[in-house]
Design a protein around this ligand. Structure first.
Ligand SMILES: Cc1cc2nc3c(=O)[nH]c(=O)nc-3n(C[C@H](O)[C@H](O)[C@H](O)COP(=O)(O)OP(=O)(O)OC[C@H]3O[C@@H](n4cnc5c(N)ncnc54)[C@H](O)[C@@H]3O)c2cc1C
Length: 426
């Protein structure tokens, strides 16, 4: 008889929590996994057909993330609405520096893909419905207390409260619910004093499957190819970094005025901006933790590290961390160790830490170098961008970072078994 109500509880069924649940169902199908999610979920709510929405938020998935989704068996479905990124164009507004990365130079069909978050969520839910993963939704995790070789997790729905015991709790609540702090994890926060304005835009010229990363004195902006998978279309997903003041100003503009402002900041590489969809915005800050594990508890996804979206690294980094955790949990099951054993979770932290620190440093230094820098720094960064073009080794390093191939990750070789891929040479 099982001592615990379930083996592992995941607090949060967002992109990170749902992907972890699917990976565990694939790699260690014997585990009993329960996902607790604040939002209501039901199979009936899953639409039969999916139409990419003009207003959906999207994520740039690195090539390395495609490989992970392939291993999880999710890619055939996900790729139906994932727009390939065949080139990345990086430029500096008002300066001469620019560089271009091409998938063909790396022998690949794409450097990465752009997928709507809603579509990724839908694909994950459809796959999860066919697994033994249990859901408690709507419900929230409000507390956790250690027990012998396990944890007791307090749940709440409206005024109703109850608890479940498990070997381990994985916190995937995105970091905004306060659960991480309630459990005693210390965070380091750095506010960039900026916001990301998100919208889908239409342009006079086709995107030619190019992602544009443009650094301006007011902050970076990205335009990601969006909407069609086989024929280059005229729709791109915009991520526009703005100070609080500039954000208020842009939000107060009419749509044609917003397009005009965007044109001034971005230029004409995509022709005229003809339409802008509904705008949403997020304050930007860097949040990291020194320790992502405690006996019986592990943090994953944004709960462990939330980054500036400038280089589209956040979810890609989270995915690599999830696969590292899954590999450690698989080994624990094989060796008869408790899932919440600090040795098991400590190995996850140790193996993931280098990747997370490097990725945080990579995206954070892009902001600092390309921020409102004095002239000598601006000259140096332009020389850097040109240098990337001239030095194949440097360009290859940059491309591997963009493709999410820099870190370590576990690779599933066949159902129930995972092996470790060596760290990439950088
Ligand atoms: C503007 C912007 C653009 C981005 N673009 C990219 C990109 O192009 N590429 C990329 O790789 N990354 C990108 N990211 C980062 C990416 O969106 C995040 O890394 C990712 O969404 C994190 O997912 P998560 O599951 O950790 O957190 P979340 O998506 O926040 O999910 C947390 C979930 O937990 C639930 N929850 C919260 N509290 C509780 C509780 N107490 N109990 C139970 N459930 C709870 C919530 O309802 C939610 O469903 C971007 C981020 C932003 C802000």
């Amino acid at each position: 008889m099982n001592r615990f109500d379930t083996d592992l509880i995941i607090a949060g069924g967002g992109l990170a929590g749902a992907t972890l649940a699917l990976a565990l169902a694939r790699v260690v199908p014997s585990l009993r996994v329960t996902v607790v999610e604040t939002f209501p979920l039901s199979a009936d709510a899953l639409p039969e057909h999916y139409q990419p929405s003009y207003d959906a938020r999207s994520t740039a998935l690195a090539w390395g993330s495609r490989l992970i989704f392939e291993e999880l068996g999710l890619w055939p479905r996900l790729s139906e609405h994932a727009t390939p990124i065949r080139q990345i164009h990086v430029s500096d507004r008002g300066h001469f520096g620019a560089t271009r990365l091409n998938a063909g130079d790396h022998g690949q069909e794409a450097l990465g893909y752009v997928a709507d978050n809603r579509w990724m969520g839908l694909c994950l839910m459809r796959e999860l419905l066919e697994t033994g993963v249990q859901w408690q939704a709507p419900a929230e995790v409000v507390d956790m207390t250690p027990e012998t070789e396990g944890v007791r997790v307090a749940l709440k729905r409206g005024t109703e409260t109850w608890s479940l015991s498990a070997q381990c709790l994985v916190v995937a609540d995105g970091g905004r619910s306060g659960l991480r702090e309630a459990l005693g994890f210390q965070t380091r926060n750095h506010s960039y004093g900026q916001n990301a304005l998100i919208a889908n835009v239409s342009t006079g010229e086709s995107h030619r499957f190019t992602a544009f990363e443009r650094f301006t004195d007011a902050g970076p902006m990205a335009l990601l190819p969006h909407g069609t998978t086989t024929r280059a279309g005229h729709q791109s997903a915009l991520v526009w970094t703005l100070t609080d003041e500039a954000l208020d100003e842009v939000l107060a503009l009419s749509d044609p005025q917003k397009c005009q402002r965007l044109q001034e900041r971005f230029g004409w590489r995509l022709g005229r901006f003809t339409r802008i969809g509904e705008c949403s915005h997020y304050p930007l800050k860097l949040t990291t933790v020194d320790e992502a594990v405690r006996p019986g508890v592990a943090l994953v996804g944004n709960a462990a590290h939330a980054l500036h979206p400038v280089a589209g690294q956040g979810f890609n980094l989270a995915l690599r961390g999830l696969m590292t955790l899954v590999e450690q949990l698989r080994q624990a099951v094989e060796q008869g160790q408790s899932l919440g054993d600090l040795q098991v979770l400590g190995r996850y932290q140790r193996l993931h830490r280098q990747d997370w620190q490097q990725t945080v440093q990579f995206s954070d230094s892009l902001i600092r170098i390309f921020g409102d820098a004095p002239a000598p720094v601006a000259a140096a960064r332009d020389a850097g961008l040109v240098g990337l073009d001239l030095l194949p080794g440097a360009k290859r390093w940059f491309a591997r970072k963009a493709m999410g191939l820099g870190g370590r990750r576990a690779v599933i070789s066949k159902p129930g078994v995972a092996r470790r891929e060596p760290a990439g040479h950088e």
